[in-house]
Design a protein around this ligand. Structure first.
Ligand code: HDE
Length: 717
């Protein structure tokens, strides 16, 4: 059965006159499913009621253990297409032929929260791709951040215990802003580079369709001659990399904690298919010693200036799952699922992952036959001598389940050279529990990251550290973190320390204090030689220069009340929808409003259910009565002010400008001219200028956020 026809047997087509009878799981039609079998209409329920027992027993067992990390997630089907052949570097067939398409299933996730936690947690996002290749399953289990907290798999249970809710009271949910996380990382200096990324805007994406993806660990590509290249994998979103602001993230968590899940689902339903470019960075084996980083160290990026990206293909997600549990929950990713032409590196984090994922599937899915679940099945045939086990689906025929055999004509045969053959890497050295000194630079790339951020991004990093550390009760932990930040950049440390009421020492004094602390608490991976990236430019670490020329799939609110000028609404709406944006009319209630031309205008949301944080931009059209009514609605004024405080595009035409002026986004006494000088605020008093406003508005939305807005801090939103 292929992944496409997997539902055919399970689900008959339904429709009027073609609705199958309700049956038990044994296929017996059920006469009455609304009443259990009782001894008299008011009497006790009978044990004999096998229909009730079957139904309730199945229900009782509906849940499986949630993933120990990445529990909260959402998935989609799609395809991967080769645009530039990689056949010079790998024998992996799905990467060689331009135009070749391979089916994929992708699951995005947060890391720390439970299955029901908010999408907008400040957290890493998982980006796991299952390729159903002609050579079997290939899983690329990555994240939206290219580095990791730790260098060795043995520390994974520790970092996860530290970030998860605290063990005594299970607080806080889906948040790193608590003592145990910062206690751990302040004693784990190798985390510093990752902390810079996690405190950046990358950790609060606008949409899962707007995140980058990274394989993080280094793998090997093997060519036809068996030669190896170290490789890092990248996904670049077609819509660019965009984020929300932290205040917005926290509010979205209350207004719609399924925000990312819904956004992904709706975009695919609308046919606005999320798309990424796939690219690799490669270093020929033997040349890896030329770089300041160790290619096996998962806390390091390979700056693109040193190792350029090579485009390989594109990923398109074009189908939502039919069933969340059967597909998104039961999908089982394992970094050990590789195909011929791709092999592992000795990255000690990856090596531990190779064990962990298979093991966790056994506990989560309960059987070594998890590969038989439709979502996990390869497209090509499976043939081996493994047998039996819980919930075996495959019906192996004949007496033979061993090899070598002659009774089954020797089948299945070893594939030899065309199968997966491990790269014959040379190994030497004693068995030791120690780290290479080449893994010792814990701050060089943290500084590189900081230096390459734009000023607004830097401010967000400062704000994030300040928020998280202000929530930490243990003052010694806060101090250790400030000392650590000093090693990255003294100004960064000063800006955070100011918000924490702490002072900053010079780097040497701070390091001395840190070393004393680390010695006290048994830290075994203190920093070694610092590498210098002073001459390296790495604009790819910043989000500032991302794609900003499209409004496709952006959500725009139009605030209206009775008397709204319908012609203005129509003009703005048609310009926005022409660009692929989604326009929602928001009115005081769900009742249709009366346009000034007498026609009804049906709202999609009311001011009671909508919130500016759920939109990318807001437009207030004219119409004297509409504007007057909105000016009296505190929620409408707050809507506009909040969009302003979150740096979003705002437009108004005609009397709609009065609503903007009343919202407090310009200081008291400020004029209409002052208002329209604000970056990203566009409008015109003359209704005839609506077309011009529409064009400016489209540009302002495409820019995503207007960080150069000066008046934000004083707006009470
Ligand atoms: Fe994972 N990780 N991880 N991880 N990881 C899991 O496997 C683990 C790491 C990542 O949507 C688990 O099926 C160890 C790095 C994603 O189903 C588990 C280590 C990266 C997903 C596990 C790491 C990831 C997981 C839990 C350190 C980025 C979700 C459930 C050695 C490259 C996949 C499961 C999905 C899930 C272990 C570190 C990404 C327990 C031991 C680095 C995207 O096996």
């Amino acid at each position: 059965m292929s992944t496409d026809d997997r539902n055919e047997k399970d689900e008959a087509p339904r429709g009027p006159g073609n609705c199958p009878d309700l049956t038990t799981n044994q296929g017996v039609a059920v006469g009455d499913d609304n009443n259990s079998l009782r001894g008299g209409a008011r009497g006790p329920t009978l044990l004999e009621d096998f229909i009730l027992r079957e139904k309730i027993t199945h229900f009782d067992h509906e849940r499986i253990p949630e993933r120990v990390v990445h529990a909260r997630g959402e998935g989609a089907h799609g395809y991967f297409e080769v645009t530039n052949s990689l056949k010079k570097l790998t024998t992996a067939k799905f990467l060689r032929k331009v135009g070749q398409k391979t089916k994929v299933f992708v699951r995005f996730s947060t890391v720390a929260g439970s299955r029901g936690s908010t999408d907008l947690a400040r957290d890493v996002r998982g980006f796991a791709v299952k390729f159903y290749t002609e050579d079997g399953i290939y899983d690329l289990v990555g994240n939206n951040i290219p580095v990791f907290f730790i260098q060795d798999a043995t520390k994974f249970p520790d970092v996860i215990h530290a970030v998860k809710p605290e063990q005594d009271n299970e607080i806080p949910q889906a948040a790193s802003a608590h003592d145990t996380f910062w206690d751990f990382v302040s004693l784990t200096p190798e985390s510093m580079h990752m902390l810079m990324w996690v405190m950046s805007d990358r950790a609060i994406p606008r949409s899962l369709r707007m995140v980058e993806g990274f394989g993080v660990n280094t793998f090997r590509l093997l060519d036809e001659d068996g030669k190896a290249h170290f490789v890092k994998f990248h996904w670049k979103p077609k819509l660019g990399v965009h984020s929300v602001v932290w205040d917005e993230a926290q509010k979205i968590s209350g207004k719609n904690s399924d925000y990312h899940r819904l956004d992904l689902w709706q975009a695919i339903e609308r046919g606005q298919y999320p798309e990424w470019e796939f690219a690799v960075q490669t270093i020929p084996e033997g040349e890896e010693g030329k770089f300041p980083f160790d290619v096996l160290d998962p806390t390091k990026v390979w700056p693109e200036q040193m190792v350029p990206l090579q485009k390989v293909g594109r990923l398109v997600l074009d189908r939502n799952p039919d069933n969340f549990f059967a597909e998104t929950e039961q999908v089982a990713f394992c970094p050990s699922h590789v195909v011929p032409g791709i092999d592992f590196s000795e990255d000690p984090l990856l090596q531990g992952r190779l064990f962990s994922y298979l093991d966790t599937q056994l506990s989560r899915l309960g059987s070594p036959n998890f590969h038989e679940l439709p979502i996990n099945r390869p497209e090509n045939a499976i043939d081996n001598n493994q047998r039996d086990g819980h919930m075996r689906h495959m019906i192996n025929k004949g007496p033979v389940a061993y090899s070598p055999n002659s009774l089954a004509k020797g089948c299945p045969f070893h594939a030899g050279a065309k199968g997966f053959n491990t790269y014959p890497e040379k190994m030497e050295g004693k068995k030791v529990r120690e780290r290479s000194p080449r893994f010792g630079d814990h701050f060089g790339q943290a500084e590189l990251f900081w230096r390459n951020q734009s000023e607004p991004e830097k401010q967000h990093v400062v704000d994030a550290f300040s928020f998280e550390l202000s929530k930490v009760q243990a003052v010694m932990v806060r101090k250790r973190m400030v000392d650590l930040l000093t090693q990255v950049d003294v100004q960064l440390a000063e800006r955070v320390a100011k918000n924490l009421g702490l002072t900053v020492d010079d780097q040497a004094a701070a390091m001395k204090r840190l070393k004393a602390e680390w010695a006290k608490y048994g830290v075994t991976s203190p920093p070694g030689q610092r590498r210098d990236y002073d001459d390296v430019k790495a604009p790819e670490l910043s989000m500032a220069d991302t794609v900003k020329d499209t409004i496709e799939s952006r959500q725009i609110a139009v605030l209206v009340a009775d008397g709204v000028d319908g012609a203005q609404v129509d003009a703005i709406k048609s310009a926005l929808t022409a660009g692929g944006a989604i326009v929602e009319v928001v009115a005081p209630t769900m009742a249709p409003v009366k346009r000034s031309d007498g026609k009804p205008l049906a709202p999609q949301q009311s001011l009671r259910t909508a919130a500016s944080v759920l939109y990318d931009a807001v437009y207030v059209p004219g119409g004297a009565d509409s504007a007057a009514a909105l000016k009296k609605e505190g929620v409408a004024l707050h809507f506009v002010a909040e969009a302003f405080a979150h740096y979003k595009a705002i437009a108004a035409t005609g009397d709609g400008l009065d609503v903007l002026l009343a919202s407090g986004i310009v200081p008291p006494g400020g004029s209409e001219a002052d208002l329209l000088k604000e970056p990203g605020v566009v409008g015109a008093r003359k209704p005839a200028d609506v077309q011009q406003v529409a064009q400016q508005f489209v540009k302002a939305i495409a820019a995503h956020r207007h960080w150069d807005r000066k008046n934000v801090a004083r707006v009470p939103a």
